[in-house]
Write a protein that binds this ligand. Structure first.
Ligand SMILES: [Fe+2]
Length: 243
């Protein structure tokens, strides 16, 4: 499996708190059946002020440790970018990290606030698409406004986004309402990829294997697309920040 969303890089956001924990998370990913993981720390202004260069530095250092420990996990990096008005400026400076490509467009893992759909999101999405950037919305199944008003998801879908589900949503990690909504979206075929969004070993571990089992029982062909094929197509290793 390919895991497109993880907070494994130690000490730069609310993910792994130490190198030792990060290395154990890498082992956990391997034991889940993951062969490649994209490290996607938050870029969230005022909370996690990461940049392309700070993430790159943390990534190259961590990747050396993973290799030294002979953990069979290949890694690349991007970021989970919170919606904000500076995104176009960062892009013009070449500082927006992408997961890879989808239909020739650079894929941006874009995070909404958990409570609501931010104003102006449609304007940002239009700008991104015009600039050859494909927004992949992280975990829509956990957005409280979408949970309360499901029809707003159709609006978001019409804007031209891709959608990433969190593996844990399918195994009850975020409660019943999130699980129900995640399965409703799955039934509509609304998701493009499933990723772990792992933050640590215990509270937010890697749920990819458990989720793959559940989703495969529901629809094995769709599960293969969500966990393997589409994320593999996005990260095709010659085109992003893989090493
Ligand atoms: Fe995340």
């Amino acid at each position: 499996m390919i895991d497109l969303h993880s907070h494994i890089l130690p000490g730069i956001d609310d993910g792994a708190r130490s190198l030792d924990i990060a290395l154990e998370m890498a082992e956990q990913a391997v034991s889940c059946g993951i062969s490649h993981m994209v490290c996607t720390p938050h870029i969230h202004m005022g909370y996690f002020d990461n940049s392309f260069s700070s993430i790159a530095e943390a990534f190259y250092s961590f990747n050396e440790h993973v290799k030294r420990e002979s953990i069979p996990l290949s890694l690349s990096f991007a970021a989970e970018v919170r919606v904000n008005e500076l995104i176009p400026i960062w892009h013009k400076k070449g500082e927006l990290p992408f997961l890879g490509k989808y239909d020739g467009k650079n894929v941006l893992l874009l995070e909404m606030p958990h409570s609501h759909i931010p104003q102006g999101l449609d304007v940002l999405i239009k700008w991104l698409l015009r600039n050859n950037i494909q927004p992949l919305i992280a975990h829509p199944e956990r957005n409280r406004e979408l949970i309360a008003e499901n029809d707003k998801f159709n609006w978001l879908q019409r804007q031209g986004c891709l959608f990433q589900a969190t593996a844990g949503a399918f195994v009850g990690r975020f409660g019943e309402r999130v699980e129900e909504f995640a399965f409703r979206l799955l039934e509509k075929g609304a998701f493009h990829v499933v990723a772990s969004d792992t933050h640590d070993l215990i509270r937010r571990p890697n749920d990819m294997q458990a989720a793959l089992e559940v989703v495969s029982k529901y629809n094995s062909e769709y599960a293969e697309a969500l966990f393997i094929k589409t994320p593999g197509r996005i990260i095709a290793l010659d085109q992003n920040n893989a090493v």
